[in-house]
Design a binder for this molecule. Structure first.
Ligand code: B16
Ligand code: MG
Length: 216
């Protein structure tokens, strides 16, 4: 029986992927190269430092740990400038309706994000109270596709992995949910999120009953 829904943040509740992309692109450009939208797909759900490593490798650069910390801090500063303008209008379509159905169904909720900025973003959009547990980048040591973020979520809610459904838009996140032993709903394109148990375009295209009927 399903007892909890675990949600990714970026791409599921809000679209911060665009801001991450803009900030990383700005950094790459300053370093003398560019990153494409396609390349950015591979950064979704990946931690800040791992993302930087992928970007530097893409640009053919090898830098010292000190320089990398500096660049990661610079990217985060640009990212926070963009995020600081967010408000409840940035909540993705269908999220509010879906969450009211979740509550009516008596399910528990957790956030499973590898972003260290997740609590700040939840505050900005006024959704902190919507979650019974919040797992963010400060509580984990490994980013997606490692299952840690979702395993910790289940632990905090005191439920078993097979009682959880994960909602994810990223390839790495879907893999993390599967490795945690959970039912995974992929939000996006079915040919991209091939590991997901169920795929829909967004939460707007789903009902809680539909998810429960497939997951149970
Ligand atoms: P930060 P999620 C992830 O969030 C993003 O998808 C990924 O692009 C980002 O690098 C990562 O958080 C770390 O974010 O730099 O804010 O700590 O998808 O797990 O909600
Ligand atoms: Mg995501």
């Amino acid at each position: 029986q399903i007892k909890a829904f675990l949600f990714d943040l970026d791409g599921v509740i809000v679209d911060t992927a665009i801001y991450h992309y803009q900030a990383w692109k700005r950094l790459a450009n300053e370093l003398g190269f560019d990153i494409s939208v396609e390349f950015n797909e591979g950064l979704k759900g990946v931690s800040r430092m791992e993302s930087l490593d992928l970007i530097l490798a893409h640009g053919g650069l090898t830098l010292s740990g000190e320089k990398k910390n500096e660049l990661a801090a610079q990217k985060n500063e640009w990212y926070l400038e963009l995020v600081s303008r967010m408000n409840s209008d940035d909540i993705l379509p269908g999220v509010a309706t879906f969450f009211s159905q979740v509550r009516k169904a008596g399910l528990q909720t957790a956030l499973g994000s590898v972003s260290k900025n997740a609590p700040l973003i939840l505050e900005r959009i006024g959704m902190t109270e919507a979650f019974d547990a919040i797992i963010d980048g400060t509580k984990i040591s490994k980013g997606k596709p490692d299952p840690e973020v979702f395993t910790k979520g289940a632990e905090e809610l005191e439920v078993n992995p097979n009682e959880c459904v994960v909602f994810e838009d990223a390839v790495a996140g879907v893999e993390a949910g599967k490795r945690a032993g959970m039912f995974v709903v992929g939000l996006g394109a079915a040919h991209v999120l091939i590991q997901a148990d169920l795929v829909a375009l967004s939460l707007e295209n789903l009902t809680v009953q539909e998810v429960l009927s497939k997951a149970e």
